[in-house]
Design a protein. Structure first.
Length: 82
């Protein structure tokens, strides 16, 4: 887990990093809404929508749309090095 956090802190943007750390801290797999993303990232819905268009977890996590504004985020690791 330490290795994942170190990689994430260097490779992910602020938005992705906050979601990644939240997922990692909650067992590695979470269900979240856009409203929850707003709260976690301290941003407005318009910014969440913009980030979702360019979201890149660099192979460390996977975000899937469940229904409407509900997503699953699963930490999957990755093989590249820092």
């Amino acid at each position: 887990m330490e290795h994942l956090l170190e990689r994430a802190s260097f490779q992910l943007g602020n938005f992705e990093l906050r979601l990644f750390v939240y997922a990692l801290g909650n067992g590695g797999s979470i269900v979240l809404s856009k409203k929850t993303m707003c709260a976690l990232t301290s941003t407005q819905i318009n910014n969440v929508n913009k980030h979702l268009k360019t979201l890149d977890f660099k192979g460390m996590a996977k975000l899937d749309l469940v229904d409407g504004t509900v997503f699953t985020l699963k930490v999957v690791g990755g093989t590249s090095n820092v």
